[in-house]
Design a protein around this ligand. Structure first.
Ligand SMILES: N[C@@H](CCC(=O)N[C@@H](CS)C(=O)NCC(=O)O)C(=O)O
Length: 224
């Protein structure tokens, strides 16, 4: 029996399979940790924007999601939540500081990449937006993908980022890459990941995980 099984956990996020929430949802699901997967309705979003209020009545510290509620107390920030859920589920080491830091660096890289995408979408003027997205797709993303590819190549033990088993680092990057290669992001082509053998191998490996498959089908009715 799991030592933390008695915690009451609710993850607050929007109704989308975005990496910030999906890394935590999947970690908990893989670890068989019961949790409530609260997905915001539009009135929840209005309250959050207005005064940071969450459906549990508490105030989101940064007026942003994800937020995790553990037994009525909350905290925010994707990395903190991912690590917490990873520790509960065995997807983040509790007694290997070095491997923990190696995983942290990947989560931080996901944040950096996400920030570049956000910045590239800020300008609403069509031509400037197109230029920003072109630079994103031809310079920034390839640079970061190569960094990640190198890290995967350096790990001789598996197709994952750290050691020989799946961790929250793999889940975060897998979902982030799913978004970036979805073709839904203006100016970023769906084949952007083609040159990266190790990144593609990582994606395949995560998709092969039986609990990942089960989660997708149960939650979204299809593999996404
Ligand atoms: N640094 C935060 C960023 C979270 C974030 O940007 N959340 C977005 C959704 S993906 C959000 O809540 N946006 C609403 C807002 O900032 O008003 C983290 O790591 O969780």
């Amino acid at each position: 029996m799991h030592e933390f099984i008695n915690m009451e956990i609710t993850l607050y996020y929007f109704k989308i399979p975005f990496w910030r929430a999906e890394v935590a949802r999947l970690a908990l699901f893989i670890g068989d940790i019961p949790f409530k997967d609260y997905r915001f309705e539009s009135q929840d979003t209005e309250e959050l924007k207005k005064d940071g209020k969450l459906p549990n009545g508490l105030i989101a510290p940064f007026k942003q999601l994800p937020v995790l509620d553990v037994d009525g107390k909350i905290f925010a920030q994707t990395g903190a939540i991912a690590r917490f859920c990873g520790k509960l589920s065995g997807l983040y080491p509790k007694n290997n500081e070095f491997e923990a830091a190696q995983i942290d660096q990947i989560i931080e890289a996901a944040q950096d990449i996400n920030y570049l995408v956000t910045l590239s979408g800020r300008d609403k003027e069509k031509e400037r937006l197109e230029l920003a997205r072109k630079i994103l797709a031809t310079k920034h993303l390839p640079k970061w993908f190569q960094f990640l590819e190198n890290l995967l190549s350096e790990n001789k033990d598996s197709n994952f980022f750290v050691g020989n088993k799946i961790s929250i680092a793999d889940l975060a990057i897998w979902r982030l890459l799913g978004w970036l290669s979805s073709g839904l992001l203006d100016g970023v082509p769906a084949n952007i990941l083609e040159p990266y053998e190790k990144l593609n191998k990582l994606r395949e490996e995560v998709y092969k995980h039986p609990k990942v498959n089960e989660w997708m089908l149960k939650t979204y009715g299809k593999i996404i």
